[in-house]
Design a protein around this ligand. Sequence first.
Ligand SMILES: [Zn+2]
Length: 222
Amino acid sequence: MESSAVGYTVQGRPIELQTLSPRAGPVRRWVLLLGSVHGDEPEGVWLLDSAMREWADDYLFRSTGVAAVVCANPDGRRARTRWNASGVDLNRNLPTRDWTASYRHKGNNPGPAPSSEPETRALLATIERFQPAAILSIHSMRRYQVNINGPALEWGRRLAQVCDYPVTEDIGYPCPGSLGTYAGAELQIPTITLEVQRGLRRSDVLKIHSPVVQAAVAFWDE
Ligand SMILES: [Zn+2]
């Protein structure tokens, strides 16, 4: 496993990128995995940390590389806040065409400008560098779902089969500046926001969703 910092947070913590690829043969495509864009949603860190450790010992995929930012919001994770250390919702800060400075809830502060946050710029640089075939970002909420953006319907259905969650194309409210809008709707990269059921114990999250994470990469592997 290779590990490097793709950027630094508002408070100077490294944003770590881990990559794994097949031992034999070239990487034909990358799948990008993101955890805990919202710092108070630890499920993504639990799942990706576990998956990357397992795959480092026993890599299952033949032609697909995995690029993982296990924790996309380290300051928020440390402080257990949804937002980063500037109080910005990183999933409203991406440079979408519909980005807007206005917001209704404190938790959805999109920041002073699109891409104003270093965590957002690190994510953009990662997408630019890997040109991923698909992106899975792991969140949690009460209304658990496999939320798809861009050409991700078949992929989403596959994951929904594994965890018995509904597939949704609309999360229920507008999300300007979100990854789904930016990468999925605008760049047309198949993008899934996996909303794990909020409040599960770590052991249950791993039991239910580790197979989902594995299926998410396996879907693209040929
Ligand atoms: Zn979230």
